[in-house]
Design a binder for this molecule. Structure first.
Ligand SMILES: [Zn+2]
Length: 263
């Protein structure tokens, strides 16, 4: 009841304030931090081994689980019968999420075959679209459909603005902010607002795998040396993000409506 009130207040009175505060925080971070230009080191990965003539083989191959889980998810969403999705806004959100994941299989593999400044956008853009879709889905199911759809449209616009910002000004800050938004926003939404569906603990597992993927990405070489140069942190990051997709697919498959929103 307390959580419902909290959601109600946020939905009706403070949603504009919340957006302004989020935009202000992003602006402060942007102004307070130095510009982060592209660096050649950014394209140097711990595991750059070539097997059977495929450059950066493991970093390329580990993107294909995205396709393995992204395409069935997309098909199930579009068929509209297998998944626990009850609102139209949610269908668009999940379709965009799975489309982004499936597209990331090609975009990321293309980038890792020859990592450079020109190709990195194909690695980043599909994943950013998936991330903001996921966040918007959570807003739709925890708060309100219209708020979630507005959130989805605004965040998609921000994704394209940040990609253009990165290319035009050679500055990675906005893209980096996007990487950390889900780490903060998803746990807050899950903790503060009541689930509309059953099996909501899967969101925690998904967040855990997202955090693990970020850690593995940052500790690429460290992880590679710890596992005796079998698989690098970056390749494991790809597998973690595929696992996150699998977990959310299982959640959608199993869940059913727990409470109905009457506001
Ligand atoms: Zn990658």
């Amino acid at each position: 009841m307390q959580f419902s009130s909290c959601a109600l207040i946020l939905q009706r009175e403070n949603r504009l304030h919340l957006c302004c505060v989020a935009a202000l925080i992003a602006l402060i971070i942007l102004v307070a931090t130095p510009r982060i230009p592209h660096s050649p080191n950014q394209h140097m990965f711990a595991d750059m081994r070539n097997f059977l003539g495929v450059p950066n083989t493991l970093n390329v191959l580990t993107t294909y689980p995205y396709l393995l889980f992204g395409v069935p998810g997309l098909v199930f969403c579009l068929s509209g019968s297998c998944f626990g999705i009850s609102l139209k806004g949610e269908i668009w959100g999940w379709v965009l999420f799975y489309s982004g994941i499936a597209a990331a299989a090609f975009g990321s593999a293309y980038y890792h075959l020859k990592p450079d400044d020109d190709r990195i956008i194909w690695d980043r853009l599909p994943m950013m679209i998936s991330t903001v879709s996921l966040l918007s889905n959570l807003v739709i199911e925890r708060l309100d459909e219209r708020v979630g759809i507005s959130c989805l449209i605004s965040l998609l616009m921000l994704v394209f603005i940040s990609a253009t910002f990165e290319r035009t000004f050679d500055d990675l800050r906005l893209c980096m902010i996007f990487h950390f938004i889900p780490c903060i926003a998803i746990p807050i939404l899950v903790f503060l607002f009541p689930p509309k569906y059953t099996h909501s603990t899967y969101w925690f597992w998904a967040t855990g795998f997202y955090l693990l993927s970020r850690f593995e990405s940052l500790a690429d070489m460290k992880v590679y040396s710890i596992d005796r140069y079998i698989i690098s942190g970056h390749s494991l990051e790809h597998l973690c993000l595929a696992m996150l997709t699998f977990i959310l697919t299982v959640m959608l498959w199993l869940r059913s409506i727990k409470i109905s929103r009457d506001y």
